[in-house]
Design a protein around this ligand. Structure first.
Ligand SMILES: Nc1ncnc2c1ncn2[C@@H]1O[C@H](COP(=O)(O)OP(=O)(O)OP(=O)(O)O)[C@@H](O)[C@H]1O
Ligand SMILES: [Mg+2]
Length: 255
């Protein structure tokens, strides 16, 4: 498989005056084209920091990140990003927020009109296109932010706990929708979650991170067919993956 993203000996130490926090690393990982890789680790192990550095939004202390052998030296605009706190601006409607992503990338709103409507429909937000973020529920805001991250059909998507604030039912629904979308378009995804079950359901590979300072404990290929629906989730093989990951975190005293 062709390597798309290479992270080599990456490390981040935050220094604020006399206080230093060794967030993660050094760690190295390669991501191949079309993979769905999940970074799974306890709170505070440096996952968000790692994602920010991969996106070119934060500098590392040492080590490097490369996309197709090119060093990341500033913000990457050709990727889709959705972080823990959604990035909707309050003064624009749902549709306006999605269009903002197109404007920033100098893409034509006319060319994308159908796509904007389609993606809103796919997350059941078509009736809320002209509402402002503060008129939406938390789950609806997350779904709108999801559309925002996906509208330009990025080939690389970084998602940091995108479903964290959603209720269990909406979360299940969006997981399924997202999986469908991934199966069709096959973007390369780096996904961060605390949920072991979510990681097993979505990922082709899971990278388990130790407590801070985060290092790679092990990698696990998830050899289950897609789509991974409710029936598959109840299978013995699915549970085996979940259990073996739970054991790792149990050993760390995290669960
Ligand atoms: N800007 C910052 N300045 C100082 N320390 C920071 C900064 N950002 C993060 N940290 C510290 O780095 C460590 C890793 O934080 P990070 O947000 O990457 O963890 P995380 O794995 O994403 O956690 P969670 O699962 O809770 O989101 C934490 O101890 C945090 O306090
Ligand atoms: Mg985080």
């Amino acid at each position: 498989m062709a390597k798309l993203i290479q992270v080599t000996n990456l490390k981040k130490i935050f220094e604020n005056g006399s206080e230093t926090v060794h967030a993660f690393g050094p760690l190295s990982v390669d991501i191949n084209i079309g993979e769905f890789v999940t970074i799974l680790g306890p709170s505070g192990c440096g996952k968000s920091t790692l994602m920010l550095i991969i996106a070119g939004l934060l500098e590392s202390t040492s080590g490097k990140v490369e996309f197709e052998n090119k060093l990341v030296e500033g913000p990457k605009t050709d990727i889709g990003i959705m972080f823990q706190n959604n990035t909707l601006v309050p003064w624009r409607t749902v549709k306006g927020n999605i269009e903002l992503q197109l404007e920033l990338r100098k893409l034509s709103l006319e060319d994308y009109e159908d796509k904007v409507n389609d993606i809103l429909k796919s997350v059941n937000l078509e009736d809320f296109a002209h509402r402002y973020p503060n008129e939406l529920s938390g789950g609806m805001q997350q779904r709108a932010a999801f559309c925002q991250a996906m509208i330009h059909e990025p080939k690389i998507i970084l998602l940091d706990e995108p479903l964290g604030k959603l209720d269990a039912m909406t979360r299940e629904k969006i997981r399924a929708d997202f999986q469908k979308l991934w199966m069709i378009k096959k973007p390369t995804v780096i996904f961060v979650t605390h949920s072991i079950e979510e990681a097993v359901q979505l990922s082709s590979r899971i990278i388990l991170i130790t407590p801070r300072p985060g290092k790679i404990d092990r990698e696990m290929k998830i050899d289950l067919p897609y789509p991974r629906d409710l029936k598959l989730k109840r299978s013995a093989k699915f549970m085996e993956y979940v259990n073996s990951i739970e054991e790792v975190f149990h050993e760390y005293g995290v669960i």
